[in-house]
Design a protein around this ligand. Structure first.
Ligand SMILES: Cc1cc2nc3c(=O)[nH]c(=O)nc-3n(C[C@H](O)[C@H](O)[C@H](O)COP(=O)(O)O)c2cc1C
Ligand SMILES: Nc1ncnc2c1ncn2[C@@H]1O[C@H](COP(=O)(O)OP(=O)(O)OP(=O)(O)O)[C@@H](O)[C@H]1O
Ligand SMILES: [Mg+2]
Length: 511
């Protein structure tokens, strides 16, 4: 079998070890699952190309050791594994044709799926029992965070085992394998592409550009010449994080307020902690943060408590990151197994966790020698999107990842301190706005009696939030007016007061 032979004859000791480990994972999978219940996720990229040949080698070794290898088997060793390809109109044509040609040459049972990953996998699993799927995911990939060689699919995905035989392979290992085994690969990698996504977000890696004097303009060196594998995704265009726009409110006679004054920034709050969800710890930080944000004129749009789970944290951040100006996240920080918040943030932004020397230095000062060099997991931060917000009163800077501010506060007192420091920073991301003002009315009228009136009032005063609550079922109803324009709040409250008998609705100091 040519792959196995090429590795055995190679003098690259590191590659041999990587090969042995990967083929072990593959052989183990073939002994755990029925061959027809296993699939290979192939997309013509370099990582899945490596995986294809490892599968062929692993299958060959497996059939040899289980005595199922037949001498009449082709010496080129085919591995007729079910192969899934999610074809997309935004794929490079070169990737498409390489995928189809390769499937033909190696007699893969190609199953084309033309929908998104999740929907496609749901349909696939309903149609054919599939217990495990081989993927060419590697540790530096953004979506590899939290994965091991055998990792069940995430919560919310159809159930199968993700098998990642090359999870621990570096960029160099991938190219060492391809070049040592002389296997064909997609031609884009010879044109400077180092990691391939869609035609809309991928371009040749600028680090491989040939200087003008040595070649004609626009030439790139092949991917295997990239010296620093950590920069393999430099050709992927950055995702753009749109800034929130002011809500536009249709103007009618009553709504002639100043939109500039009413325009506000919005924030989300994400509390990470199983304890909150078990009810054993009551979150007070979130409530305090809502108040603080309101006092500087920011609107809190969303507040969630989530499990200590990378995917749950990532989902929440993903959902809010483009909707709000800032996201405040607390809980799940540190070196414990449950401290997954930073990994979740990294996943949401599609980057990996990488050691941050500056942060490690701060930690070394406060933790001392327990915190040793590269084994310091607390110093792993989302790569390329992290900014350290340092303040002389804080022992460790606050972490900001794009528009997510990570608070390390564990109680309200600590929050007060971090909040004050945050506001004092010259680069403070919290732009103070006109504060929210509130007015509260109290009434013994029933909900039914005032429901229509309040509803009409709300549609007449879109710039004011009108809400009602009661402290007990039988006690008075409190009507709250929250907004930024005192005159508008007074006008709205006066209007409802005048609609009922004198004294039926009156102002109270507290909501
Ligand atoms: C077969 C297969 C299984 C996947 N399973 C999961 C999963 O369980 N959880 C998840 O969050 N993403 C899953 N994904 C999505 C990948 O994590 C990732 O988004 C995808 O490979 C695209 O990478 P890209 O965004 O860099 O192009 C899966 C993708 C494929 C092809
Ligand atoms: N469209 C797809 N169809 C099938 N599998 C896919 C698809 N996209 C991604 N995968 C799976 O996810 C793995 C990781 O994708 P990723 O883009 O990181 O690697 P790659 O495409 O193999 O190489 P490269 O990093 O050079 O693009 C792939 O190796 C493959 O197993
Ligand atoms: Mg790819």
């Amino acid at each position: 079998m040519e792959i196995d032979k090429a590795i055995r004859e190679s003098s690259d000791g590191r590659l041999k070890i990587k090969y042995q480990n990967a083929t072990y994972v593959i052989r183990r999978s073939f002994s755990l699952y029925e061959f027809q219940q296993v699939a290979f996720s192939f997309n013509g990229g370099k990582d899945s190309t490596v995986l294809l040949h490892l599968l062929r080698a692993g299958y060959y070794l497996y059939t040899k050791e289980t005595g199922s290898f037949k001498d009449d088997m082709d010496s080129q060793s085919k591995c007729p594994i079910r192969t899934i390809y999610f074809e997309s109109p935004s794929a490079f044509p070169e990737i498409n044709s390489f995928t189809y040609d390769t499937a033909t040459v190696y007699e893969l049972q190609l199953e084309i799926i033309r929908s998104d990953f999740k929907t496609g996998l749901e349909a696939l699993l309903q149609e054919k029992p599939t217990k495990a799927i081989f993927l060419g995911t590697r540790i530096g990939d953004p979506n590899a965070i939290g994965q091991e060689q055998f990792t069940p699919s995430s919560f919310g995905w159809p159930p199968f085992m993700r098998v990642n035989p090359i999870l621990d392979w570096s960029y160099r290992d991938v190219w060492a394998f391809i070049l040592t085994c002389k296997v064909p690969y997609c031609c884009l990698y010879d044109k400077g592409y180092t990691s391939i996504g869609s035609i809309y977000d991928t371009e040749p890696n600028a680090l491989l550009r040939v200087p003008h004097q040595f070649g004609s303009k626009g030439n790139f060196k092949p991917a295997y010449l990239l010296s620093d594998g950590r920069l393999e995704r430099a050709g992927r265009r950055k995702k753009i994080f749109p800034k929130n726009e002011c809500i536009t409110v249709m103007s009618n006679g009553l709504n002639n307020f100043d939109p500039q004054q009413n325009c506000t920034y919005s924030a989300s709050i994400i509390a990470v902690g199983d304890e909150i969800l078990f009810g054993s710890v009551e979150d007070k930080i979130g409530a305090a943060l809502c108040k603080k944000l309101n006092t500087i004129g920011w609107k809190v749009m969303y507040f969630a408590a989530v499990r200590n789970d990378i995917d749950f944290v990532a989902d929440e951040v993903e959902r809010r990151k483009c909707k709000d100006d800032l996201i405040f996240l607390f809980g799940g920080l540190g070196p414990l197994h449950s401290d997954v918040s930073l990994a979740g943030i990294a996943k949401a932004f599609g980057v990996r966790l990488a050691p941050d020397e500056e942060f490690e230095e701060y930690l070394r000062h406060i933790i001392g020698n327990e915190c040793t060099g590269n084994r310091n997991e607390m110093a792993l931060l989302p790569e390329g999107i992290t900014e350290l917000l340092d303040h002389e009163l804080l022992p460790v800077p606050l972490i900001k990842c794009q528009n997510v501010i990570v608070l390390s506060a564990t109680n309200v007192l600590e929050l007060e301190k971090q909040w004050e420091c945050l506001l004092q920073l010259p680069s403070c991301p919290l732009v103070p706005m006109a504060p929210f003002i509130s007015k509260h009315l109290s009434t013994k009228l029933s909900d039914v009696e005032i429901a229509d009136v309040v509803s009409k009032l709300q549609s007449d005063f879109l710039d004011i939030h009108i809400g009602c609550h009661r402290k007990s079922r039988t006690g008075p109803l409190i009507i709250n007016f929250v907004g930024k324009d005192r005159a508008r709040i007074d006008l709205a409250s006066q209007r409802i007061t005048l609609m009922f008998d004198a004294g039926a609705i009156f102002e109270v100091s507290n909501g």
